[in-house]
Write a new protein. Structure first.
Lengths: 234, 277
């Protein structure tokens, strides 16, 4: 018989990840249904379907592609947590990859998965706690956080984050980075529709371009270490 | 029951859901810590992971609180609190809320008083991004198995593949940072006017920016890249590990502070008005 205590760590992550995921899915779905019952109303169906259609036409395909893009970077435990707690590209993923990078483990190793899980769990707990404090102190905080003087700081979280992260990862494989950066710069500068609201859609595009390019370069031997090539020739 | 966007019953439901999500994070954290101990992982690495994750999260989390404030004007505090604590980010929640508000005739500036409109908006926000709550249970195990088999077949390619994924993601955000640089050559007398039409709401938002405003994010990005290089050199020279661990959060906070200076120097948004058309 299948026993929980016989499970490997990795199997238990999937097992508990699915249980927690399903519980939270049910709770999230019950929330609007409960409010309908409590307040004795149903959604305005025509408005609901038209708004839902214009939302899912973008966000369902994006959600699916994002899921398959982010899981390899987040690891198993990190994935189960991140897709529930959200704010992946602007918070959880940079937090996890910088922790994995500093630890020296690979994301695919069990140690890397543990580091990623710890980092994302801590980040989620801190985020939720800060939001709770923000909600409790919303009256005194509103004028401070919405002040014009501080606005540029909060509008520039992404540039500050990706400038620093960019250096770390581009310096590891700069040859791979040239093409996707060039393509993305041209697209974002010259296509007006690409902006803050659509950057999420461009992440998978950037990933697909880079992976295909890296595969070609790898097959052609362009990514081989010079020292290694020299050694092989000798 | 009488409806109010800040009704205690809405807070109660939101509190319960957030307690479960918090419970999940604590559960996974404790299990990962136990496993790290079993595997004799260096406890100083674990401690640094925790400390750097805490420091790193503070600034972006405060930015999320601003999102809660933005949405709270129309939806009250409880619903934005839930929506921004779980699943979506502000960019998604704003689009979903706006789509639903426009369809129901509500808007972001006025408090929703009709429960029917409130549940309509809530339902759209919930179902619009439900993929993230369904897919992990269905595919994560298979996907991880596939990745491990790639790694076992060719370790070198796997390393390049995972780095290529990070670079692909970073390249999209680098592109985005340059998205307003065209203001430099699109200006008239140093001012750029941006008009956004919201056909469904029948409104038009007219904003004006300085021509150099698009350079602010670019300069912020360049400064944090430079700072990261400095930290890299320093950690190699001094062999101090803490520099590596805290370089990213320090760069993030320094970059945000510098953004205020660059904005003052290069100018940002000059004006914004929304008119009915």
């Amino acid at each position: 018989m299948f026993k929980k205590k016989d499970m490997s760590y990795s199997d238990s992550v999937h097992y508990y990840g699915s249980i927690w995921g399903n519980i939270i899915l049910v709770l999230v779905m019950l929330f609007p249904i409960s409010l309908c019952i409590i307040f004795g109303v149903v959604p305005k169906w025509d408005s609901f379907f038209s708004a839902l259609f214009s939302t899912i036409i973008i966000y369902w395909p994006v959600g699916v592609i994002e899921y398959f893009t982010y899981v390899p970077m987040l690891g198993s435990g990190g994935s189960y947590l991140s897709f529930i707690t959200g704010n992946i590209s602007n918070l959880k993923l940079p937090c996890a990859i910088s922790a994995i990078e500093a630890s020296g483990f690979s994301v695919s190793s069990e140690e890397g998965d543990i580091i990623s899980t710890i980092s994302i769990a801590v980040s989620s707990i801190v985020t939720m706690t800060i939001i709770i404090l923000g909600v409790l102190l919303i009256v005194p905080l509103t004028p401070v956080l919405q002040s014009e003087a501080l606005a540029p700081a909060f509008e520039n979280v992404i540039p500050a984050l990706f400038g620093a992260l960019g250096v770390v990862f581009i310096s590891k494989d700069w040859k791979i980075a040239l093409l996707p950066i060039f393509v993305m710069l041209v697209l974002f500068i010259f296509v007006p529709a690409l902006n803050e609201g659509t950057v999420g859609i461009m992440v998978p595009v950037g990933v697909i371009i880079t992976v295909i390019e890296a595969r070609i370069m790898y097959k052609k031997g362009w990514l081989d270490d010079k020292k290694e090539v020299k050694k092989n020739k000798e | 029951m009488k409806f109010n966007v800040n009704s205690w019953i809405i807070f109660l439901f939101v509190g319960i859901i957030i307690a479960f999500v918090m419970g999940q994070s604590i559960f996974f954290l404790v299990r990962a810590l136990k496993r790290a101990k079993q595997k004799n992982m260096d406890s100083s690495v674990i401690k640094k992971t925790i400390a750097s994750s805490v420091v790193f999260t503070i600034a972006p989390a405060i930015a999320i609180v601003i999102g809660v404030i933005t949405l709270s004007r129309s939806l009250g505090v409880a619903l934005p609190w839930l929506r921004l604590s779980i699943i979506g980010s502000l960019s998604y929640e704003l689009v979903a809320a706006q789509n639903a508000m426009t369809a129901t005739g509500a808007n972001l500036e006025a408090t929703v008083t009709d429960p029917q409109i409130f549940v309509t908006i809530l339902s759209v926000m919930t179902l619009g991004i439900i993929t993230g709550l369904i897919l992990p249970q269905l595919f994560t195990r298979k996907l991880q198995k596939g990745l491990i088999s790639i790694e076992n077949r060719d370790k070198k390619w796997y390393d390049i593949f995972s780095n290529a994924m990070f670079i692909g993601m970073i390249s999209a955000f680098l592109g985005f940072i340059f998205s307003n640089i065209d203001r430099l050559w699109k200006s008239t007398n140093g001012v750029v006017t941006v008009i956004k039409n919201n056909k469904k709401a029948g409104t038009q938002t007219i904003s004006t920016f300085t021509n150099t405003s698009g350079l602010v994010p670019v300069f912020v990005m360049l400064s944090t890249s430079l700072l990261m290089c400095v930290f890299g050199i320093l950690s190699k020279k001094t062999k101090a590990r803490w520099i590596n661990d805290f370089a990213l959060p320090i760069c993030l906070i320094a970059g945000m502070a510098l953004a205020i200076a660059f904005d003052a120097l290069l100018g940002g948004k000059l004006s914004e008005v929304t008119v009915n058309v």
